[in-house]
Design a protein around this ligand. Structure first.
Ligand SMILES: Nc1ncnc2c1ncn2[C@@H]1O[C@H](COP(=O)(O)OP(=O)(O)OP(=O)(O)O)[C@@H](O)[C@H]1O
Ligand SMILES: [Mg+2]
Length: 144
């Protein structure tokens, strides 16, 4: 489904929809969502909305300088939102050092990852994908 967000509020509405549709089925591993798209296309903005909607209390910032940020969230199935920015990662090894296997094995983790291209080899092949595109100054296409 291709949606056009014309404002930050629109992006938040799309994030709300995403949260509502998160699969509640029985799953053994973490839910991994790859956020694809260019610089400034709205990946962090979307993630911040998801964190806010899920009641993250911690200060939500771009994880650019920390690779990974973990938020406690209120959700029926997920207890932690893990926001990863793989932009600076040169290899998947760097993520593996951050106890990636453990993170992935925990079905209570919701993982949103920016620049998934950089670490594709260690993402589940069938991970959920969202594509972001810059349309104009205030418009972003979000394909979900
Ligand atoms: N409709 C919109 N939806 C989301 N962001 C928007 C929208 N209109 C303007 N923006 C602005 O676009 C910018 C998006 O930046 P953001 O950090 O979310 O991008 P990003 O995809 O995470 O980039 P990067 O790859 O550098 O991490 C923000 O400054 C935001 O305010
Ligand atoms: Mg970002």
């Amino acid at each position: 489904m291709r949606l056009i967000s014309k404002s930050l509020e629109n992006t938040e509405e799309i994030a709300k929809d995403f949260v509502e549709k998160l699969s509640f089925g029985v799953h053994e591993n973490a839910c991994v969502v790859g956020l694809y798209g260019d610089l400034g296309s709205g990946k962090t903005t979307f993630t911040k909305s998801v964190a806010k909607i899920l009641g993250a209390k911690e200060n939500i910032t771009s994880p650019t300088f920390v690779i990974e940020k973990i938020y406690n969230i209120s959700h029926l199935f997920f207890t932690k939102l893990i926001h990863i920015d793989a932009y600076r990662l040169e290899s998947a090894e760097e993520l593996q050092k951050l106890s990636w296997a453990e993170t992935l094995a925990n079905a209570k983790n919701l993982i949103l990852i920016e620049w998934p291209e950089n670490v594709l080899e260690i993402l589940p092949e069938n991970h959920m994908k969202i594509n972001f595109k810059f349309v104009s100054e205030n418009e972003r296409e979000i394909e979900i």
